[in-house]
Write a new protein. Sequence first.
Length: 284
Amino acid sequence: MTKRNLKMFLTPKWKKCQKSNNLSRYFLILFFALNLSAQKQIKVSTIKGKAFISRDVSPNQAKELALNDAKINALKAVGVGENIKSYQLLFTSQEKNDYSQFFSSGIQSEIQGAVESFNIVNEATIKKSEVEIYIEITIDATVIKYETKPDITFDANIEGLKAVYNNHDNLIFNVTTSQNCYLTIFNINDSEATLMFPNIYEKNTSLLAKQPYKFPLGNVDYELETNIKDKESNRLIFVFTKTEIPFIKMDKDQVTSSEAIFSWIYSIMPDQRKVDYHTLFIVK
């Protein structure tokens, strides 16, 4: 399978920042834990979800669908399932790596809670007949129920992004915000999800209100690269937060998953975040 990625080529002289950033990450993890503890978290147990295995749905796919169904049922259990279609579309987008409809619909503002964490306590394959087989997943979960609404005065403007880039073009854009805040940027494509900013070469700093910032901030290029013949779609997620909230669910190369990204986003109270989505294509 051809690897697809939004690749950042970074200059070696920035490597000296890595040690100090590791120490900073320790304190950010501690801050993140305290931030979550201040929110309204509800624990639910033995929540079930199921999905049928069919000609079009493999056992592995059914397992993922059953897990998503269990998450939706966990949200229902604490009373945040008013907009079930929003959750279903989100989880379907994660499963298929197709966020076009979800990003363009604006329904993410309707989501009123999030599954912060979960444990699978049981998994069973149930055969009711020769043609009716389904996977049942049981989870214990911690659900965050929102008590706030989005802050309409908290806004951001992103300029300079194009719809189409050539292979090896550099990504350059400007950001201006209405309030002092911090920025986290993710990229999702068909093969992987990555944390793009901050990174070990560019630390996260407070963006001052109404002051334009040109990205990249440091001595670094964001070089777009694709190895496929057809155009490659990349979806950038800009998450602005009023306080610095670290994203830590990634490997040493900052590769993560769409599930981890959205779990993190929706663990932040609506009045504390502003999220913008942008789609771009890379052509060879």
